[in-house]
Design a binder for this molecule. Structure first.
Ligand code: MRU
Length: 335
């Protein structure tokens, strides 16, 4: 099974990323040498997905030491720049707080080695959490399955085999017949460009549908379950994920299809009481009004472009985590 690796260290300690804005037609890797370059890559979604932006930001913090004498102040300044890139995914802030804590406990002489060690640990832990989500999700599904997903919560969004796609890969590796229906995920097409790309490379059958087709597909009765990722899970189990997820959850409930959220414990935010308190990123109008420079709406039309929505806990059948499967209202007790 071929699973893409969207991030790596360069031989000289820089950050190498797969530029996800160019997929599926072009597979190009970028070497990033500055904190600002990593921040730009996160902001523009060259590197994306809640766990992966946490890993990228942690690795990006290490680059601050190239820009001046090693100090806690330099680390905190880099953390501030990286933390301001995207507001919704809590993994970003969770990873940066870990880097700051590690820097505070270090010395100028050891700082570079300690920061690299911490960033690598965040990445390694995410890889292991993805594997455990895969096992827990595969056991929950139990056998052959047709899984509908929204956005990309696969290898391209994490340091391992993904979150929503982890049970799919685990079942596929175990020889089960598993296939995926991927919502295309307007406006930036993470479903059709990224999810379909990585599943195809891994040999998992995938059918791409436009977002507006999901309800009809769920009514057909052949979808075993929906599995989506998450950018932040509030203390009461409300889930922020890519815009459009809420509509899929409503349709799944209407048609009696289980709606699962798969996420590592780093995505759970007990400090946010409910979904109404999750900051929702609003992105440029041009993302909705056009595609790669081609207009998709008249210039006069107003545009609303929230990047995420909140699915209330009552629509979530269960949350699949690296520590097992939980009712949404119980999951915050795990962190
Ligand atoms: O804007 P994106 O592409 O970063 O949004 C990604 C998602 O919404 C994912 O579903 C989420 O981050 C979970 S990734 C394991």
């Amino acid at each position: 099974m071929t699973i893409p690796q969207p991030i790596a260290w360069t031989p000289d300690g820089g950050v190498r990323i797969l530029d996800q804005t160019l997929l599926p037609d072009t597979e190009r890797y970028l070497d990033l040498d500055t904190v600002d370059a990593v921040a730009e890559a996160i902001r523009t979604l060259r590197v994306r997905g809640a766990p992966l932006i946490g890993i990228a930001a942690a690795m990006g913090v290490t680059l601050s030491l190239r820009e001046g004498p090693p100090s806690l102040g330099a680390v905190c300044a880099a953390s501030k720049v990286l933390g301001a890139t995207r507001p919704t995914a809590v993994n970003l802030h969770w990873a940066l707080e870990r880097m700051e804590r590690r820097a505070a406990a270090s010395t100028p002489a050891r700082l570079a080695a300690d920061l690299r060690d911490e960033a690598s640990a965040i990445w390694d832990e995410d890889r292991a959490m993805c594997a455990r989500i895969g096992e827990a999700g595969a056991a929950l599904i139990g056998g052959d399955a047709l899984v509908l997903t929204h956005c990309n919560a696969g290898a391209l969004a994490t340091g391992g085999i993904g979150t929503a796609l982890a049970p799919v890969y685990t079942l596929h590796s175990a020889g089960r017949r598993v296939a995926v229906v991927a919502d295309e995920t307007r406006p930036l097409l993470q479903g059709s460009r990224l999810t379909a790309w990585e599943l195809s490379r891994a040999g998992v059958p995938v059918t791409v549908i436009a977002d507006g087709m999901a309800a009809s597909r769920l009514r057909r009765g052949d979808v075993t379950c929906v599995i989506v990722g998450a950018d932040r899970i509030a203390a009461n189990g409300d889930v922020a994920n890519k815009i459009g997820t809420y509509g899929v959850a409503l349709a799944a409930r209407a048609h009696g299809v289980p709606f699962y959220v798969a996420a590592p414990t780093s995505t759970i935010d007990p400090a946010t009481p409910d979904g109404s308190r999750i900051p929702i990123e609003e992105r440029a109008a041009s993302e909705v009004a056009g595609w790669r420079g081609h207009p998709a709406a008249p210039a006069e039309a107003a545009v609303w472009n929230p990047a995420f929505d909140v699915t209330p806990a009552e629509l979530v059948t269960a949350i699949i985590t690296d520590r097992g499967v939980f009712a949404p209202q119980d999951v915050a007790r795990e962190v």
